[in-house]
Every structure is written in C-alpha cells, then in structure tokens.
Design a protein. Structure first.
Ligand SMILES: Nc1ncnc2c1ncn2[C@@H]1O[C@H](COP(=O)(O)OP(=O)(O)OP(=O)(O)O)[C@@H](O)[C@H]1O
Length: 578
C-alpha cells in the first residue's frame, strides 16, 4: 500500500529516471564498438589520422552523454527513493505519536529505532538501487547481447555468454542465504540498540549498584551476537564475489579461445575481438544485478513488513471526533473495574468516586494499590468500559482523549524534561507562554531555585533533566503542567523528592493560586494532603475508606493508624536530627 500510493503520485520520476537509464545503457553499448573500430582503423596500412580523430571525438561525445545520463537517472530514481524513505519515516512517526500508552508499554525503544533507521534504509534500496538493477538486468543484458551479435558474430556471442547465467544462479542461491542471515542481523541490531538504550538510560543504577560486570556481560553477549551475525554475512558475500569473478574470467577465457581462433581464421577482426572482450565484461554486472535484485527485493519485503507492522498498530481506544466542550472538572466514577491490556490481573475493583469542580482530592494508600491507575484512567490514557467514568454528564468514551487531556494536566511520577531550556520546558504546551514562565515557576515554588542556577531560565536541561536536582525537576514539571491552564491538575506522587514541609507548602500555595480548579494529589505523606476536601484510601485496588481528614481520623481505622504511624516517624526523625 505504501509503495502503491507513492508510485501513484511519483510514477513520473521513475519514468524519466528509467528513460535516462536506458539511454545510458544504449550509449555504453557504443563505446566498445568505437574502441574496436579504432583498433581496426589502426590495422589498415596508411590509416588516416582524421578517421582516428573522428572516432576519438565520438568516444568523448558518448562519455559526455554518459555523464549527463548518469547524473539525471541518479537524481530522478535515487531522489525518489530517498523521498519515499523520508515520507515513510514521517508517516511512521505521525502514526506512533497518535497511539495510546498500550503501544509504548508493549514496544521496546530499540526495536522501534531499528524500524525507523535500518528498515527504512532497506526499503530505500528497494525503491532506488533495486529499480536500477531491474532495468540494467533487463535492458543492459539484452542490448549488450544484441550488440555483440550484430557488431561481431552471433556464434562467438553464444559461446562467450555460456558461463554467464551461472553468475545469476549463484547470486540467486547466495541471495537466499544472505536474506536469512540478514534477517538475523536485523534482529541482533534491534537487540543491541535495546541494550545500549537501556544501559545509557540506566547508567546511574548500574554505577550505584557497582554492577558494571553484569551489564557488561549482557552487553558483550549481544554485541558478540551482532558481530557474529555480521561476520557470517560477510563470509557469504566474500564467497560470492570471487565466484562471480571466476565465472566472469571463464567467459573471457572462452572469448580468448574461440575468438582468438576466429581472428586467426580471419572470421572476425582484431577490433571485433577486443569489442567482444569488453562486452563480456559489461555483461557481468547485469548478471550480478539479477542476484542483487532478488536480494534487495527479499530484504526490502522483510523491512516493508516490519514497517507495515508499526503502521498497522492501532490504539485500543476508539476516539470519537474532537469537539469543543465545556469542561468543568466534575468526575463520577461508578463501579470501575480495570485490568491493564493484555494482563488478566484486576488492578482496580469496584471503584466509586464523586469529584466536584474545585475540590481538592487526595489518593493515599500502599504502593501498587491502584492510585496512579485511577489517575491515568481519568486522563483517558487507557480504555475503560462504558458507563464507568462520567465527566460532566458525558461518558469518557464519548469524549475525544485529546480534548480531555487539553483540560487535564497529569504530572506523572517520573518527570521527563526535554533537552531544552527551563523556560522552553515550562512553556512546552504553548510557546507563547515563554515570557510568563516565571509566573508558573513561582506557583510551583521553583522560581528561587531557577534563579540560583547560573543561566537561570535559559539553562539548557541536560538529557533527561540531569542538570537539575530531583526535587527541582519535579517542580519544573509541575510548573509545566500549570502553564497548560487546565481545569484539573493531577499530581501523581510528583513531590516525593522534596521534604514533607515543602510538599505541604507547595500544595497549599497551589490551592491558593488555582482556586476553582480541581486538584488531585497522590501522595504517600498524609500530612501534606490532610487539608483535602476528600481523601480516598486505596488498598489492593479498592477504596477502603473515604472522607476528610477529621472524619477518617474519627473512624480510627486504616487511615488513622497510617497517620499516627507517620506522625511518630516524623517525631522520631526530628528528635534524631535535633
Ligand atoms: N502498564 C502496566 N501494565 C500492567 N500492570 C501495571 C501497569 N502499570 C501498573 N500496573 C500494575 O497495576 C497495579 C497498580 O499500580 P499503580 O501504579 O496504580 O499503583 P499506585 O498505587 O499508584 O502505586 P505507587 O504508590 O507505587 O505509585 C500494580 O500492581 C502494578 O503492578
């Protein structure tokens, strides 16, 4: 489909390119003829210098024709192939950027990278060099054989080309083996990219655990596998080329043997003998091209399959059309059960919630109890059954995910900052907000920290935000979410890197600054969220208690004991420090 659509639009590029390629093939046929003619003229006693000059001029003229022709076919055919690659890469990127979280949970980055790089390179070869090989195999071999027969002698032509089809057979046979090895190599390249990506991303962990050895072992194993695959491929190539050359040499031998005899018997001239030798040399490439062509088609098809596989990925969420909607931030969750796609385990069981605009809500509970999952579902990051989440009287399934996320700012636990300036990171949702970045940083209580950094707001955040401390990164992400100006802000345990007092102060400040907006805070520190309008206590995917702080304390149950435990821990901590 990809190729069909492209050819529908750019067939003319190929037509012009192929036309020039054929012209070049025809011109090439005449060069050996001219050379042969020169030899024959030289053999005439008292030859005319003028005839030689004319013939040499003819060669120069043909050579110029070759230069122009080759330049033009390259521009049209290789240009079109690169355009195809460029369009495919963009299409893949536009496609995956629209896919839901499930795709990113499932696919590994290294694998995706290989499909974007080496697979698109492979299909570029299919759309460019393979087309050239096809034309050369067909036209150049036919033209050369006709020229040999017509300009020299048909008998010698047949004798000389006897070994040549063997070259095509060898290329074909080797092509099959090469294809198998190449597929293996592609897989090993993906594996190597994966481990490289993982090792770089997790370099801190590797160092902190002083576990260079384990990682090195895994890396070396993968890299060795990649190396072995490559060597095995090179061996096949290495065997193929000398064999082809051997067959080419055999054809030349045939020409010497039979052609030599013919020259002695005066059946052909010396010029024609030289001509035949050159034509035989010219036939080696189209024969090899035939084998390469099959190779390229096979590899290209494998890569095309891998690319189509990415393009066929669908979001699990069927998005309705984007519509303008009044979004106030009222959420109703009714008997919500949930398991992650392709995972049977229920992580949420019978969740019921009623969140009103302007409320400050807290989700607390043990790790893995389902707090983040509820928050993600509220932002429509994963699909839910109908009738389970209602936003302003509308089922979440009937609202486009993007329009929900336009109104909901979700700040996740692992805050990813781009390698841009702090100012650009904060105003990521809208470039126009750049001059106001300071305001949002103040709201997120990170303004002072930013001013203390040498280049302030113009500091370029290193890869994955390494120039900032964990707490600073978290607050810059909050500032980025605030700049989005949405009706709901969800802070998913994103203040864990600051101390309790700072977390408490930031939340209080936020509440003051963004009145009328719904704030959902997921936190392990109960003290920081005790002023919430409502606190939901999670355990094992269920809500086991709900109410405000006082109501929950009066219950003297799970929340109460969690709170008292943290209070004691804080006291002990203070005494220890003091
Ligand atoms: N993408 C995923 N695929 C499959 N299971 C997942 C996925 N994300 C989370 N889970 C599982 O869902 C359960 C709830 O996870 P969730 O992140 O909602 O917990 P949480 O209460 O937010 O925990 P924490 O306080 O550690 O953030 C966990 O058992 C977790 O293993």
């Amino acid at each position: 489909m990809l190729i069909k659509d492209f050819l529908k639009k750019y067939w003319w590029r190929y037509s012009i390119g192929i036309l020039f390629l054929i012209v070049v093939d025809i011109i090439q046929i005449y060069i050996p003829k001219q050379i042969g003619n020169i030899v024959d003229v030289l053999e005439i006693p008292n030859f005319q210098m003028n005839d030689i000059k004319k013939l040499i001029l003819g060669i120069i003229f043909l050579a110029f024709g070759l230069v122009i022709g080759r330049f033009l076919w390259r521009i049209f055919i290789i240009g079109a192939a690169r355009l195809f690659q460029f369009k495919t890469i963009n299409k893949m990127f536009d496609h995956i950027i629209e896919l839901d979280q499930n795709f990113y949970d499932k696919w590994r980055t290294g694998d995706l990278m290989t499909r974007f790089t080496s697979d698109t390179n492979q299909i570029e070869r299919l759309m460019g060099p393979a087309v050239i090989m096809l034309v050369d195999t067909l036209f150049m071999s036919i033209f050369t054989i006709i020229a040999m027969g017509n300009f020299v002698n048909w008998k010698l032509t047949f004798l000389a080309i006897i070994p040549l089809p063997l070259i095509a057979i060898i290329s074909l046979f080797f092509g099959k083996v090469i294809h198998k090895k190449f597929t293996q190599l592609q897989e090993d390249t993906s594996e190597l990219s994966n481990i490289t990506e993982e090792s770089v991303a997790g370099v801190d962990v590797i160092k902190l655990y002083s576990n260079k050895k384990t990682m090195e072992d895994i890396f070396n194993k993968r890299s060795k596998r990649y190396y072995d695959s490559y060597i095995s491929l090179i061996r096949i190539w290495g065997l193929m080329f000398p064999l082809v050359m051997l067959l080419g040499a055999m054809a030349t031998l045939f020409v010497f043997f039979f052609g030599g005899k013919m020259v002695i018997m005066n059946d052909i001239t010396l010029g024609q003998f030289i001509m035949t030798n050159q034509y035989v040399g010219m036939l080696i490439w189209p024969m090899m091209a035939f084998g390469f062509l099959i190779n390229n088609i096979q590899r290209g098809r494998a890569s095309l399959k891998r690319i189509n596989n990415v393009l066929e990925q669908k979001s699990l969420i069927n998005e309705p059309e984007m519509r303008q909607m009044e979004f106030t931030g009222n959420y109703q969750i009714k008997d919500l059960n949930f398991n992650y796609p392709e995972n049977e385990r229920k992580v949420l069981k019978n969740i019921n919630m009623n969140i009103k605009q302007g409320d400050m809500i807290a989700f607390v509970g043990r790790v893995g109890s389902g707090k983040s999952t509820v928050a993600k579902l509220m932002a429509k990051i994963y699909p839910v059954d109908k009738g389970k989440i209602i936003i302003d009287d509308k089922d979440i399934n009937d609202i486009n995910g993007k329009s929900i996320r336009d109104h909901v700012s979700y700040v996740p636990q692992d805050n990813f900052l781009f390698s841009m300036t702090i100012r650009e990171n904060i105003s990521f949702s809208n470039k126009k907000l750049e001059p106001k970045a300071e305001n949002y940083a103040k709201m997120a209580s990170v303004h002072g920290d930013i001013l203390n950094i040498e280049n302030g707001y113009e500091t370029v955040v290193g890869e994955r935000g390494v120039t900032l401390s964990g707490g600073q990164r978290q607050r810059v992400s909050i500032a980025r979410a605030l700049a989005k100006k949405s009706e709901i802000i969800i802070l998913d345990d994103c203040l864990s890197a600051v101390d309790t007092e700072t977390e408490e102060a930031i939340i209080k400040n936020l509440r003051k600054e963004i009145k009328n907006k719904t704030i959902i805070v997921i936190s392990h520190r109960l003290k920081a969220v005790k002023d919430s309008d409502k606190i939901y206590v999670f355990e094992d995917g269920q809500i086991i208690e709900e109410g405000n702080h006082n109501q929950l304390m009066d219950k003297k149950s799970v929340y109460h004991s969690m709170y008292m435990k943290q209070l004691i821990e804080d006291k002990l901590g203070e005494e220890y420090n003091g």
